[in-house]
Ligand binder design. Structure first.
Ligand code: ISJ
Ligand code: GLN
Length: 803
């Protein structure tokens, strides 16, 4: 079947694929042609004549939203201004959305202004002009003229229509007065534009609008004898094929290849064959009941009472809620555990075994410095050059023949656990200074032996992938769980750190924050960003070293959270003092996946708890335009990240209020379905692809992601100046993720916030804290919010147990 080809021009926006999917979901009334959207960037071509070449096989063009301003020319717009100003495209239907709309209007001589009151993530009533021009206008066909409809706005700039050749179709009213919301270009030119975002999950009639445009384009192409149509008809078959090929190749420029096409196949194939699977023969699972004691701190008790002498990673829930915090995981690395470390600073990966007696810190350092490729024959050790991209491949090829769908109701039965930094995510650049200390950006350890705790069903499981679960631990555990656990009262001492240790704490400076805040505001005003997550770092140096575990014990008691993680990577025998550590008490799941679906739970919107701040009051505050807009922007951004890969994305919870130890948070839940259906998931994506694709978490960047990450990182007045007291220029593990990828195909990763991290085994620590800035933010309130978040982890170093 022939397709109706839409060329989508993306300006590196974070809402692009919401529009693309909306277009694809529409149907043509007069044709059975399927709508196919080909997406390119505004700078994919260096000039429009290259685009002109393929016009005969394109049925219409959609120019999407994006950061920047048409007045800045090609730097922000690529070929878009040229497209609208040249005469070669006046016979192809074009729809401009937001930035695309502004560029269209600008090409007709309309003025672009900065709105006095800027609107980002705000829902407004859109009204149609009630006059001759709009009554039968194809763009708003079947719209109910008697009433307005709601739509989301994301714009700093607006159009003043002082030009007769632009026909105004819709408007809204706000503090700025009447703001133009939709136009048709001069009557003979088949171009339309909308200032609002029809693709936002809060916009009404988005499908009707884009459907109308596509149907208009179809009619226009069939009824109008344009030069383009004539050229299309005159193309001989071979040329048609040639141009179509070019179009399909263009669509591949934005790389959406899965990390490894075989991953999902091997997972699903193994599902049926697992009875004969060699791996399965070695698996050993024991189940215990814990009816005696059901507090979430059972995880800590097991670790404290039974595992003192063992290396362990803990992914605990210290609060239990439906669908998050139901499970705790204690992962036990041992000499069989492979450790995968990636350093983005030098583009290198190391692989070795956990605490291999033959590997020393010096040896590893010198290899990292010197060799491009090195394998040590005595020890199991590999050091080689690869970029982030390569590291994803390295871990997936390691896991490939270990994956098998088995006991999928258990979240984790063994597999990779670990941490990833902010810098490990997309768009973040590292500027390496040769004198910088090397800090790993991803650390993953393969776990064979696990203790799994289900807080809801009150069950404990011991699981070994290779029949090596330490008998000592399972014996002790079984006795421990059989006896009524005596110490139901928690040891209060642990909610404080030892009295004889003092802490030197360096916090960010208010003035630097105010400067950075102002700089962010300017970027937002100019239309470069809609929301920026500005973050700070606080440095803590203890007078005497405390173990990471001791700090974790206090943190989980002081700030219970569904994602309380403990990672101490003392994986080289003589290197405890240089080890990476993360102790977190995060409320925020980034991404959970199973074989068929993914769940993301971005948090945006924070209110401090206090005696007078009730849940009702917090709910009221959290639904004000400021918090609503903050959350909606990230919600739409996450939809976009998922839609880029697959088509079945649903908002399952819309801005729920959740209560934590020190704050109320506004949370939305977005799910992606259809990964197990090969007809839908034609690229064979698995959860790991979604993780790779959507890091760093949108809630830690702001929107649009690419431009905002760049501004946060490269403008020296922002995070660089604000965090100069920490000497390092990176966010590190803060703003990254930690979690697992189980061999049964499940995964769960939380955002590293409300956490402490150290790169020297705990000699000093950093706490990151930040918040999203929008045009509605106020500097005092934002700084307060940063300190509230900071305090949720920093309170560990206060003497009091009061919250
Ligand atoms: C940046 C932090 O938190 C992020 C920002 C939030 C906000 O702006 O409301 C809420 C949760 C997190 O996504 C932090 O805790 O440091
Ligand atoms: N969402 C957009 O496309 C925004 C367009 C433009 N950068 C503005 O701020 O007005």
């Amino acid at each position: 079947m022939d397709t109706f080809n839409v060329l989508f021009i993306d300006s590196y926006d974070s809402f692009t694929y919401n529009v693309v999917r909306l277009l694809e979901q529409q149907k043509l009334h007069e044709s059975t042609q399927r709508i196919k959207v080909f997406t390119i960037r505004n700078d994919t071509f260096t000039n429009v004549s290259q685009l002109k070449e393929i016009l005969p096989v394109i049925d219409c063009i959609v120019v999407g939203p994006g950061p920047g301003n048409p007045l800045n020319g090609s730097e922000d717009m690529g070929i878009i201004n040229e497209l609208f100003s040249g005469s070669d495209f006046q016979d192809i239907p074009i729809l401009g959305v937001c930035l695309g709309f502004q560029a269209l209007c600008h090409s007709f001589g309309a003025d672009i202004i900065q709105l006095k009151t800027i609107k980002h993530g705000q829902v407004y009533d859109i009204n149609l002009y009630n006059n001759e021009d709009t009554l039968l206008n194809p763009l708003f066909l079947s719209f109910n003229r008697a009433r307005s409809f709601k739509a989301t706005r994301y714009h700093s700039l607006a159009i003043i229509n002082n030009n007769k050749s632009l026909i105004p179709l819709a408007y809204t009213t706000d503090e700025n007065g009447t703001v133009l919301m939709a136009v048709q270009a001069a009557k003979k030119v088949p171009w339309f534009g909308v200032q609002y975002h029809p693709e936002s999950c809060c916009s009404e009639n988005g499908d009707l609008l884009v459907g109308n445009f596509l149907n208009f384009a179809f009619d226009y192409n069939s009824k109008t004898n344009t030069a383009r149509q004539l050229k299309k008809l005159s193309l001989i078959n071979n040329d048609q094929i040639k141009y179509k090929k070019i179009l399909y190749q263009l669509n591949l420029i934005i790389d959406k290849k899965p990390i490894d096409v075989d991953l999902s196949a091997s997972l699903l194939a193994n599902k049926n064959e697992c009875v004969n699977n060699d791996i399965l023969k070695k698996i050993e699972i024991k189940e215990y009941s814990i009816n005696n004691y059901d507090k979430p701190n059972i995880t800590m008790k097991i670790a404290e009472d039974l595992l003192v002498d063992y290396d362990k990673f803990v992914l605990a829930s210290s609060t239990v809620n439906k669908n998050r915090g139901e499970w705790s995981i204690i992962a036990l690395p041992d000499s069989n555990s492979e450790v995968f470390t990636h350093f983005t600073q030098v583009n290198k990966t190391c692989i070795y075994k956990w605490r291999d007696p033959q590997i020393t810190k010096n040896q590893l350092d010198s290899m990292l410095e010197k060799s491009d490729k090195f394998a040590n024959s005595n020890a199991y050790l590999k050091v080689f050059s690869e970029a982030k991209e390569g590291f994803w491949k390295t871990i997936s090829s390691y896991m490939k023949n270990k994956l098998f769908a088995y006991k999928n109701h258990l979240p984790f039965i063994g597999g990779l656990v670990g941490v990833m930094s902010y810098e490990f995510g997309n768009y973040v650049q590292m500027n390496m200074d040769p004198n910088d200390l090397l800090m790993p950006d991803a650390k993953l350890v393969f776990i064979n032996n696990t203790i799994l705790i289900n807080h809801v069903d009150k069950k404990v499981y011991t699981i070994s992938l290779n029949n090596t679960f330490p008998p000592q631990i399972s014996d002790n555990l079984s006795n421990y769980l059989k006896d009524k656990i005596q110490t139901t009262e928690d040891n209060l001492e642990l909610s404080k750190l030892p009295k004889d240790v003092t802490f030197d704490i360096i916090k960010p400076v208010k003035k630097d924050y105010a400067n950075a805040f102002e700089a962010c505001r300017n970027y937002i005003k100019q239309g470069y960003s809609y929301e920026m997550c500005l973050t700070t770092q606080t440095k803590i140096t203890p007078s005497k070293k405390l173990t990471p575990w001791r700090i974790f014990q206090t943190l989980t008691r002081r700030n219970p959270a569904p994602f309380s993680n403990y990672f101490f990577f003392n994986d080289i025998i003589d290197n405890d003092s240089n080890s990476v550590c993360l102790v977190s008490s995060s409320p925020e799941r980034f991404l959970k996946w199973d074989l068929d679906s993914c769940e993301l739970r971005p948090i945006k919107g924070t209110v401090k708890k206090s005696k007078t701040m009730t849940r009702e009051l917090a709910t009221e505050i959290l639904k004000t335009p400021k918090e609503f807009g903050e959350n909606l922007m990230i919600l739409d951004l996450i939809r976009n990240d998922l839609y880029e890969l697959l088509s079945d994305v649903r908002v399952e919870e819309f801005m729920s209020v959740e209560e934590y130890a020190t704050v109320y948070q506004l949370v939305s839940v977005i799910k992606l379905y259809g990964m197990a259906n090969p007809q839908v998931n034609t690229n064979n994506y698995v959860g790991l692809d979604v993780l790779k694709h959507s890091l760093p978490p949108g809630s830690m960047t702001g929107a649009p992601k690419k431009k905002t990450v760049k501004l946060l990182q490269q403008d020296p007045m922002l995070e660089t100046n604000l965090n100069k007291h920490t000497t390092k220029d990176t966010r590190g593990l803060y703003s990254g993720v930690s979690g697992y990828w189980s061999v049964n195909g499940n995964g769960d990763w939380s955002v590293n916030i409300r956490c402490l991290h150290s790169y020297n085994g705990g000699d000093d620590w950093a706490i990151g804290a930040g918040g999203a800035l929008t045009i509605l933010s106020n500097v005092e309130a934002e700084l307060d919010e940063v300190f509230v978040k900071l305090e949720s982890a920093l309170q560990v170093f206060n003497d009091s147990t009061q919250i």
